[in-house]
Design a protein around this ligand. Structure first.
Ligand code: PLP
Length: 373
């Protein structure tokens, strides 16, 4: 008998956590993956009302309250003209649980899951927890994922590939052509495309496209969340949508590990999705200004950085020892290798931080870069 499962023994602790543990209280933190804006008032208020009226006391249905699933389906229609059946949506504990359910329901022991490297830290870990084999693939020089790289990596053991646009840690946004290609690959190779769209509304250049719009089979499952769009990371509310037969399989996992997403959070999410969207527009406009500030600041410091078109991260190429030097001078950044082997030689900077702090951080970065050059 083993003391711990091999699957879990093979999961390492996120490199991001190590960075935070090394950070001091007065440091400027460019490491965070959450917007520095409050949750929209009408969303918080809806949760307060549901709590005070005791409507949010009991378990909800496993998939979530109908009003929320209708609001999610309504948002797909409003934003992208996509028809989603509210019955084919599961409200989850954040995008994280949605990814977990998708992988648990589709990956068998020894099957591979392809995902971008550098990429979101959970892809490797959740694939391993599901018993699968992580297959990280490099991104292009502009940090986007090349569909040809994905197609070349597919073998008969591939269960799924993950697309994440806008991307964490890169901020890269996939072009419409690439997204069409991802849909074609899912169709032709009969492999599941898991589209992680948690940053779908934080796009500055071009538009967000979902492979769900282009696939002819049901081989696309879409994951999203209120976390980033509505600055609701702590509420833990996301969702997954796909064909009915896929959702029913995922529900078998969700009903036992979670029963239902937190009820107060479901009421807040319903209000966030169906209420006024101007808080989102204001936040995105601010992120775009900061994106420009950060890219200019990094380039002035002599660093090369692909201009991120979405999310709230920039990923410059940095010289050896740069991250330690910047941290020693009081700015927290995440070394690129925390997001995969191909992230080595890069760093992730989050600009979900006040503009004045960002300006100060950029001055420190400028001095630190001169010191290590
Ligand atoms: N997917 C990506 C790409 C993310 O960056 C994150 C969070 O940082 C998640 C999923 C998980 O989101 P949530 O906080 O909704 O679980």
């Amino acid at each position: 008998m083993t003391e711990f499962s091999t699957r879990v023994e093979n999961v390492s602790i996120s490199g991001i956590r190590e960075v935070f543990e090394a950070a001091g209280d007065d440091d400027i933190n460019l490491g965070l993956g959450q917007p520095d804006f409050p949750t929209p008032e009408h969303a918080s208020q809806a949760a307060v009302e549901a709590i005070e009226s005791h409507e949010a006391d009991p378990y909800t249905g496993n998939k979530g309250i109908p009003a929320l699933r209708e609001a999610i389906a309504g948002a797909y229609d409003r934003e992208y003209g996509l028809s989603v059946d509210p019955g084919d949506v599961i409200a989850t504990a954040g995008g994280s649980e949605a990814l977990h359910l998708t992988l648990e329901a589709h990956v068998d022991a020894g099957e591979a899951v392809i995902f971008p490297d550098p990429g979101f830290v959970a892809y490797d870990a959740l694939t391993t927890i599901a018993g699968g084999d992580p297959n990280p693939v490099p991104v292009r020089e502009d940090l986007t994922l090349d569909p040809a790289t994905v197609e070349d990596a597919i073998t008969e053991d591939t269960a799924a590939f993950i697309v994440n646009s806008p991307g964490n840690p890169t901020g890269a946004v996939a072009s419409e052509d690439d997204v069409r290609e991802f849909a074609r690959i899912a169709d032709e190779h009969d492999v599941l495309c898991i589209s992680d769209e948690v940053y779908e509304h934080i796009v500055f250049d071009g538009e967000h496209h979902s492979p769900m719009a282009y696939a002819e089979t049901d081989n696309v499952v879409t994951v999203s969340a209120c976390s980033k769009t509505y600055s609701m990371t702590g509420w833990r509310l996301g969702w997954v949508t796909g064909s009915n037969r896929r959702i029913e399989r995922m529900l078998r996992v969700h009903q036992y590990v979670q029963a239902c997403a937190s009820a107060p959070a479901q009421y807040a999410a319903e209000a966030a999705l169906s209420g006024p969207q101007d808080p989102v527009e204001e936040m995105v406009a601010t992120f775009e200004e900061r994106r420009d500030l950060v890219v200019d600041g990094l380039e002035d410091a002599g660093l090369s950085v692909p201009t991120p078109s979405g999310a709230f991260y920039a990923m410059p190429e940095v010289p050896e020892g740069w991250c330690d030097e910047v941290l020693d001078r009081g700015v927290v950044v995440v070394p690129g290798e925390a997001f995969g082997e191909n992230g080595r030689g890069y760093a992730r900077l989050s600009y979900a931080t006040g503009t004045e702090e960002l300006k100060e951080a950029l001055e420190i970065i400028d001095a630190a870069t001169r010191a290590v050059r």
